[in-house]
Design a protein around this ligand. Structure first.
Ligand code: OSB
Ligand code: MG
Length: 369
């Protein structure tokens, strides 16, 4: 049983160390929404992965803040819950808005795990003390720059390289990378930039031994992915279009792909992420943990989720020092040889660096019952 006595909503902004270009745009900084839940003398902290503009999926920071203030937080403040799933039930009649709901759910998991004095991963049923990680590399100006950035990350031991692609910049970076590194585990991510009319172009990627092609088609589609999968030998990996265990079941049933990128917040929190993991396992489909350029708070949540057994492919939760000169947490989250240690201690095992956070905070509000 845990009680939610108060909440803090915080929005911070961090400069990214690299320019991150994808099929939907260029990012040079990261706006980080945080939720801190207070109760029983402990705190639980979560990070929102919605963005300012609805480019990846439909949720936005502005919309999430309004929903949290007006609808979600009033439902849970002052209440006691047997466990995070009971809290989820209190928000269960609300439709969609899974990233906003996940902020409440994930903070509750952290709070509960700290109260029980157990690592979050252990509470979720995970067993590992290290998780395998890869990197997601943005679109580069040319082939030489692509091979260069791939080389730097291969040398750091990352266990999978993912290249962002878009129509007109797909076969070129993949061919250059594969020629330079015949044996690495290589994947691509299109972030929904293609349509079925591009099937011939996508079929050319079959020649490069990719582990999967991530989300080539529309962000809300499963049907066209199934048609494309029939025309390709490379497995498709679903990201944007899986928002629940039901989506995972439907996608795997119609063979819209063979792999799922699980992002905790996209599916509404840890409990639903675990259900997606379980459904995929029942289908014999591997999953891996995606990332949304999170600060240490979201990154720590991702690492704990990745301790579940069917996370058999390397995740996107690479070292925090790749992204930030200074992170929002006190602890380092650094991979060695492609293995990320799971932070020890209760809950996520990481703590907010309050002094630094204050220096990059754009908004902070306290909410009480
Ligand atoms: O599609 O996986 C994606 C970042 C922002 C939005 C969508 C995606 C990504 C990434 C970055 O690929 C993964 C990371 O390094 O956190
Ligand atoms: Mg993706």
């Amino acid at each position: 049983m845990f009680k939610i006595e108060a909440a803090e909503l915080i929005v911070a902004r961090l400069p990214l160390k690299f320019r991150f270009e994808t099929s939907f745009g260029v990012q040079t900084d990261k706006v980080v929404p945080l939720l801190v839940l207070h109760g029983d003398g402990v705190q639980g902290v979560s990070e929102g992965t919605m963005e300012r503009a609805p480019m990846y999926r439909e949720e936005t920071i502005t919309g999430a803040l309004a929903l949290l203030r007006d609808v979600f937080l009033p439902r849970v403040l002052g209440q006691s819950f047997a466990n995070p799933e009971a809290l989820n039930d209190a928000l269960g009649s609300f439709r969609g808005n899974r990233m906003a709901r996940a902020m409440v759910e994930m903070a509750a998991w952290d709070l509960w795990a700290r109260q029980l004095d157990v690592p979050l991963g252990t509470l979720l049923g995970g067993r590992r003390d290290h998780v395998e990680v890869g990197v997601s590399l943005g679109i580069q100006p040319d082939e030489a720059a692509t091979v260069d950035v791939v080389r730097r990350h291969v040398e750091q031991g990352y266990r999978r390289i993912k290249l962002k692609i878009r129509p007109g910049w797909d076969v070129q970076p993949v061919r250059a990378t594969r020629e330079a590194f015949p044996d690495i585990r290589l994947t691509v991510d299109a972030n929904s930039a293609y349509t079925l009319a591009d099937a011939t172009r996508l079929r050319a990627l079959d020649a490069f031994d990719l582990t999967y092609i991530e989300q080539p088609l529309a962000w809300d589609d499963l049907i066209d992915h199934a048609e494309l999968q029939r025309q390709l030998s490379t497995p498709l990996c679903l990201d944007e279009s899986v928002t629940s265990a039901q989506d995972a079941r439907k996608g795997l049933t119609i063979r819209a792909g063979g792999v799922i990128n699980v992002k905790v917040a996209r599916v509404g929190g840890h409990a639903e992420a675990r259900r997606v993991h379980d459904v995929a396992q029942a289908f014999g489909a591997p999953v891996w943990c995606g990332g949304m350029l999170e600060s240490g708070i979201g990154r720590a949540h991702n690492i704990h989720l990745s301790t579940l057994p069917n996370f058999t492919l390397p995740g996107d939760t690479s070292s925090a020092s790749r992204y930030w000169n200074t992170d929002l947490i006190n602890e380092p989250l650094e991979a060695q040889g492609g293995l990320m240690p799971v932070p020890a201690g209760a809950g996520t095992g990481v703590t907010l660096n309050r002094a630094f956070l204050a220096s990059v905070t754009e908004l902070r509000e306290e909410r009480r019952p």
